[in-house]
Design a protein around this ligand. Structure first.
Ligand SMILES: Nc1ncnc2c1ncn2[C@@H]1O[C@H](COP(=O)(O)OP(=O)(O)O)[C@@H](O)[C@H]1O
Ligand SMILES: [Mg+2]
Length: 329
């Protein structure tokens, strides 16, 4: 069976199996639980299920349960009435209302606080909810797709996740494989992104055979997201150039990126013939350093800010601007 999926590039058996599951579950109203490492493409799977469902002309509403403070989550999900709590200056619909008739994507469901899990379970069982501060019951015609990188069985054992909610959500599980499990798909994905860059007139890289082999054998802890970032970064660093193994740099090659160092030493600020996209280079640089600092600081923003010589608030602002905020607790 050929399944028309968007942005889920790959011809490996493992990704074909995922596409097959998507096609099977999409037309139903079953809850779906998407499991897999961060950056593996879980949100892409959710979007594809929605697009292939009869709800496709209704909204697809994502909510990252891990990124929203516990005390705001209830009002995010169910909305609130004016005056329901301090700061509720106007009434507001929640994601359940916004997703009416469509799909609600609950990302990082494993991070949802226990009290909210109980409330969510009630909605899944009864299909009704109330805005915070309201006693008007509303019916939710919403399909739920949840995702997490966590092992929910472990969370259940630790008492951090409700078993009954797990069974409600886990009606149709889809495991999104890590990129390293389907390395054969790398060339196709890279081609796809380079074609996209070319289509908008951006310069692209040309990878040597050995550079491609090197990419294929790397473990990709950040999965497709990491690969995508690296291809974009290389395209900025080596516009219209041949990229060989040493150019790939750390952490892909274990040795220091010789050619990159040479390239930088030659004249780091040499302006290429075709000019540069300064804004992109600067935000790419910022993204790189911020991601590295966050990783070294175990995600503690204040500590990462110290490593970057920034105030915490400045870093948070930058992260929001660069779209990095959702990955941090
Ligand atoms: N199969 C794929 N083909 C092309 N790009 C993909 C694919 N899967 C993921 N992406 C890219 O990887 C990024 C991360 O995907 P996402 O669905 O947000 O991962 P997750 O939700 O598992 O963290 C996307 O923004 C997109 O750039
Ligand atoms: Mg995600």
């Amino acid at each position: 069976m050929h399944v028309e999926t968007e942005g889920l590039v790959g011809e490996s058996d493992i990704i074909k199996a995922v596409r097959h599951l998507i096609a099977q579950v999409a037309p139903t109203d079953a809850n779906v639980l998407i499991l897999g490492e961060s950056g593996a493409g879980k949100e892409r799977v959710a979007q594809n299920i929605h697009k292939l469902s009869k709800r496709k002309d209704k909204p697809f509403v994502p909510l990252n349960c891990g990124a929203i403070p516990a005390e705001l989550l209830e009002s995010e999900l169910f909305g609130h009435e004016k005056g329901a709590f301090t700061g509720a200056i106007a009434s507001r619909p929640g994601r359940f209302e916004l997703a009416e008739g469509g799909t609600l994507f609950l990302d990082e469901i494993g991070d949802m606080p226990l009290p909210m899990q109980i409330k969510l379970l009630r909605v899944l069982q009864e299909r009704t909810f109330e805005r915070v501060g309201s006693n008007k019951t509303q019916v939710a015609h919403v399909r739920i797709i949840a995702a997490t990188h966590q092992h929910l069985e472990d969370r259940i054992k630790e008492g951090k996740f409700r078993e009954d909610l797990y069974y409600r959500l886990n009606v149709f599980p889809i495991h999104m494989p890590a990129l390293r499990e389907r390395a054969e798909d790398l060339p196709l994905m890279i081609d796809e992104w380079l074609a996209q860059l070319r289509a908008v007139g951006e310069p692209v890289i040309h990878l040597t055979e050995s550079a491609l082999d090197c990419l294929k054998s790397y473990a990709w802890p950040g999965n497709v997201r990491e690969l995508h970032n690296i291809i974009q970064r290389l395209s900025v660093l080596f516009p219209n150039q041949l990229v060989d193994v040493p150019d790939l740099g750390s952490p892909i090659t274990d040795e220091p990126a010789k050619a990159y160092v040479e390239h930088v030493n030659a004249d780091p600020f040499a302006l290429p013939e075709a000019g540069v996209n300064l804004r992109e280079i600067v935000s790419d640089l910022e993204t790189r350093y911020i991601e590295a600092a966050l990783q070294r600081a175990d995600g503690v923003v204040a500590r990462a800010a110290d490593l970057l010589g920034l105030r915490r608030t400045t870093l948070v602002e930058k992260m929001k601007k660069l779209g990095l905020a959702r990955d941090v607790a």
